[in-house]
Design a protein around this ligand. Structure first.
Ligand SMILES: Nc1ncnc2c1ncn2[C@@H]1O[C@H](COP(=O)(O)OP(=O)(O)OP(=O)(O)O)[C@@H](O)[C@H]1O
Length: 258
């Protein structure tokens, strides 16, 4: 499923530059919800092909990546997306940024796989028949044409997740944001989905708790308590993150010795 503005909004003058480099610029960005600080003082630019985001539960990863497609708006600082202020870019973001949720049940809304894939194409202006036939071709291209007529509710978790990724990819976004896309998948399906993600021409931002998922990535961002703790080459960030976890385990008597 894609989040798409109403048709009248699609006729507005375009403010985003899809070729903007960097595509996202955070300048002292903060996010408060109900008086609680979720993100604080984030200053960074995103441009690399493969960017990972890591951090403990509640550190702000989902909130951070949701800003990239307008699902969360900053309450402080300045966020520029594709060359435009986030508030102005918001209506165009579904065209440029595909978002895949952790739980496919939060994303898939159509009865069959083919309809799920076709929806994005109709939103881009294709006719219903054309969308359905292109959806079938797209599924075949990715080797899963057998899923076309199946009800989404009857798919395995891995198949659902793959369908959600394909439903976003069919719209050819510039950027694919994946929020823990491989949680609850077995090792084989995880490898397949990971290989597919790495083979894509799109730029990627991916949240994961599994540090191995960042093999082949260009950059890893570590968030802690809504702040940037470390940002750089994945091996260096992974080493520091593992060390931090070891320290926490050692310091917490409840977990020491496990
Ligand atoms: N709508 C909301 N209202 C109030 N607090 C929220 C809301 N959404 C998120 N939070 C809080 O913001 C903080 C960061 O949440 P977020 O989901 O961004 O973290 P996360 O790093 O993705 O966590 P996890 O790894 O558990 O998915 C948490 O303390 C969470 O409770």
């Amino acid at each position: 499923m894609a989040f798409w503005p109403k048709k009248k909004n699609r006729d507005r003058p375009q403010v985003c530059n899809p070729e903007a480099s960097p595509y996202a610029v955070f300048d002292r960005v903060g996010l408060e919800i109900g008086g609680k600080t979720i993100l604080e003082d984030l200053t960074l630019s995103l441009d690399e092909a493969r960017i990972g985001v890591v951090g403990l539960n509640g550190s702000g990863k989902s909130s951070f990546v949701r800003m990239l497609n307008g699902l969360r708006a900053p309450t402080g600082g300045t966020l520029t997306l594709y060359g435009a202020p986030a508030a102005e870019a918001e209506l165009e973001l579904p065209r440029h940024v595909g978002f895949v949720f952790q739980n496919p049940d939060h994303q898939a809304i159509f009865p069959t796989v083919e309809e799920e894939i076709a929806f994005g194409l109709t939103q881009l202006g294709a006719s219903k028949d054309d969308s359905r036939s292109r959806a079938r071709s797209f599924l075949a291209l990715h080797g899963v044409e057998a899923l076309a007529g199946k009800p989404v509710t009857e798919l395995s978790e891995g198949q659902k997740q793959l369908v959600c990724i394909l439903a976003v990819l069919v719209m050819e976004p510039k950027l694919l944001v994946l929020d823990e896309p491989m949680t609850s998948l077995d090792t084989l399906v995880t490898r397949r989905i990971r290989d597919k993600i790495l083979s894509l021409p799109q730029k990627i931002v991916m949240v994961s708790h599994d540090l191995e998922h960042f093999d082949g990535f260009d950059r890893l961002i570590w968030l802690e308590d809504g702040r940037l703790r470390m940002d750089g080459e994945p091996d260096a960030v992974r080493a520091a993150y593992r060390q931090d976890i070891d320290l926490r385990l050692g310091r917490n008597p409840e977990f020491a010795g496990l």
